[in-house]
Design a protein around this ligand. Structure first.
Ligand SMILES: CCCCCCCC/C=C\CCCCCCCC(=O)SCCNC(=O)CCNC(=O)[C@H](O)C(C)(C)COP(=O)(O)OP(=O)(O)OC[C@H]1O[C@@H](n2cnc3c(N)ncnc32)[C@H](O)[C@@H]1OP(=O)(O)O
Ligand SMILES: CCCCCCCC/C=C\CCCCCCCC(=O)OC[C@@H](O)COP(=O)(O)O
Length: 277
């Protein structure tokens, strides 16, 4: 043990220097985020097992309590608007923009009760993080096999109304840190029309005012979250899906530009998405 002491001392001396340097500070914060996810997942897994004995959406209330602590480590403020629209005790499909792994903080801040999420299958294999997602009732889809992904989502559609569930989907289908929304995938809209439940769009402002991975910037900051009005799908058929998708996309895009930090307004002229400069 004693032979390690000079190294520990050196690390302690270097720590302030590492934290003051923008690049090392960035990597430190990202690594720390992963460490938090893993450590909290281990603890949360134990709590979930003891409380509910296995996989259930009710475990999300436990997971939420843990993830909600993260923002204090990062000096992040979340400003909510219209959150009450999510808490109506009715099934619905919630769609939101997906910028980064940091989204988990924003998700857990506003996640209503009885709300399952759709995630890519690869996340199941991230050790304790995968296990906590599994225990929380997350539905994993294989994006490489559209037909199996579609049938997994169809099953969700079958139980949504019956079990009075909500489902949270990132319709961009992948993380997108550019200053625009990607075109939407269609699964969420098929699901809402199939189950004849409303779609509630949720928009998170651009993280680029405090988080720019390309420039290794990660400071404290504010995330604005706006929950838009529910969009009814009653009476709609598969033929109405393209228009429904377009309506949701343009509403969310308008909101994204309105609530995002104007200082970083790149690519807002209606053209294709551009990376944050
Ligand atoms: C305690 C501490 C803990 C710390 C740790 C935190 C733990 C937190 C715990 C828990 C939080 C969990 C949160 C997880 C978050 C994860 C985020 C992600 O993983 S995002 C990636 C996955 N999400 C998606 O991909 C979106 C859903 N995707 C879709 O809906 C797609 O539409 C999909 C996969 C079904 C198909 O995708 P396609 O890439 O093939 O593209 P398309 O254009 O949508 O569809 C192709 C064709 O199929 C038809 N189609 C699609 N869906 C259909 C359907 N249901 N029925 C019939 N046709 C359908 C379409 O009409 C289209 O056909 P035509 O080209 O128009 O002819
Ligand atoms: C035994 C294996 C151990 C592996 C340990 C890995 C530890 C991982 C630790 C922390 C990761 C925190 C992940 C939090 C959840 C993030 C959800 C997320 O944002 O997933 C990305 C997904 O939306 C889209 O993925 P792509 O942009 O398409 O790619």
């Amino acid at each position: 043990m004693t032979c390690l002491d000079p190294w520990v001392l050196l690390l302690l001396l270097l720590l302030p220097v590492l934290l003051l340097n923008r690049t090392t500070n960035f990597y430190f914060k990202i690594c720390f985020y992963c460490v938090l996810c893993v450590v909290f997942s281990v603890v949360a897994c134990v709590v979930c097992f003891l409380r509910h004995g296995g996989r259930t959406v009710r475990n999300m209330s436990i997971i939420k309590r843990f993830v909600r602590i993260f923002k204090y480590f990062y000096g992040l403020q979340l400003e909510m608007k219209g959150a009450e629209k999510l808490h109506e005790d009715k099934p619905c499909v919630i769609i939101s923009n997906h910028q980064s792994i940091l989204d988990m903080m924003g998700l857990m801040e506003i996640l209503p009760r009885n709300c399952i999420q759709i995630a890519k299958r690869e996340l199941l294999y991230t050790g304790p993080v995968g296990l906590i997602m599994y225990l929380g009732g997350v539905i994993f889809i294989n994006r490489k096999r559209t037909s199996t992904a579609m049938s997994a989502m169809e099953e969700v559609g079958n139980i949504l109304v019956q079990k009075n569930l909500k489902v949270w989907i990132y319709p961009e289908g992948t993380r997108n840190g550019s200053y625009d929304l990607l075109p939407f995938k269609k699964g969420a809209f098929y699901l809402a029309v199939q189950a004849q439940v409303p779609i509630i769009p949720v928009v998170y402002s651009s993280f680029s005012s405090f988080y720019q991975p390309e420039k290794k910037i990660f400071t404290s900051g504010k995330i604005k979250v706006e929950v838009l009005d529910p969009i009814k799908t009653e009476g709609m058929t598969v033929d109405d899906i393209p228009k429904l998708l377009e309506t949701c996309h343009s509403l969310m895009r308008e909101t994204f530009f309105r609530i995002s930090d104007k200082l970083n307004e790149k690519g807002t002229n209606g053209s294709t998405s551009q990376p944050v400069q």
